[in-house]
Design a protein around this ligand. Sequence first.
Ligand code: NOS
Ligand code: ZN
Length: 381
Amino acid sequence: MTTLPPDAPPPPTPDQILRAPKVLLHDHLDGGLRPATVVELAAEQGYDRLPETDPARLADWFRASADSGSLVRYLETFTHTVGVMQTPEALARVAAECVLDLAADGVVYAEIRYAPEQHQERGLRLEEVVEAVNEGLREGERRAAAGGRRVRAGALLTAMRQAARALEIAELANRYRDAGVVGFDIAGPEAGFPPTRSLDAFEFLKRENNHFTIHAGEAFGLPSIWQALQWCGADRLGHGVRIIDDIEVREDGSVSLGRLAAYVRDKRIPLELCPTSNIQTGAAPSYAEHPIGLLRRLGFRATVNTDNRLMSDTSMSREFTQLVRTFHYTLDDLQWFTVNAMKSAFIPFDERLAMIGDVIKPGYAALRSEWLFRREADKGT
Ligand SMILES: O=c1[nH]cnc2c1ncn2[C@@H]1O[C@H](CO)[C@@H](O)[C@H]1O
Ligand SMILES: [Zn+2]
């Protein structure tokens, strides 16, 4: 008797999703603290403005406050996380815990972003901020490896759109290149602060052959994406989810792309999609209606990300689980998103290829083969 694999592969189990190698390109350091750490750091630093001091209630508060449907209100919650990240020790601790949490979730490569300029309330120099975070990231990698989980983490330095320090932060990112920092980003409120405000920073980075991503096409639509790509030269789009506004789906199911959407797809511009965050800020109505389904079908370079694990009470596994439930994705789909993300990372090409060939593909192959053993086990033989 010949046993054939099932026609439709079984949906990945929660345990398989957890064990699947994952790559995370868009995760904010100040959006991913453990609730208990926020409480402890607040006590240590005498920060008395937390809305709750019980970790479980504080976690609920973050999630509920971030559910406002508005990016500007969503961003207000960061006052409290940034408020307790003002010393080298706090920054290093948060960075180390971030890497440990990602490793425990099966992430093998991550780019973690934060805005150094927001961590100077107690007089730290920008260099001290960057060095403290780098130290924490390395510590997290070491502790994860000691626990049997290997993960690599790089930092992205973010400049806040509403401040006018982008060039200074871009220079800082360039100085710490090959020393823990892999690129640059701008974030903050989108409406009223177009990417071209920071043009000098992007032009500087291009002259230095350095890499950057831009938060664009989240709260604001196509003009923001267009500027980020065609004026600023972004390598990737943070969110970019509003590219859907340039895609027409007709009743008969046929699809046509406008010039900008076609450019994004043809040039393989990576989209750092963050489904849960998008629902919270109102950039997408629900998981089922999230543009990721269509973008994946059309072959855009789509990637899956967490954005802010604390505010969204999420993880890479939870984002993948939602997508599996909503779009019936298989391990092949999850591998596709993961390979897309690894191809789009800001580390050197040979290292990306090695991660894909030696870590990601073998990881998914091992998971795909498990049905063989499960069948034998089910038979009780
Ligand atoms: O989804 C987002 N869109 C725009 N800005 C964001 C988002 N998530 C976080 N930040 C902003 O980035 C800063 C540095 O990490 C955070 O403090 C927050 O203000
Ligand atoms: Zn973001």
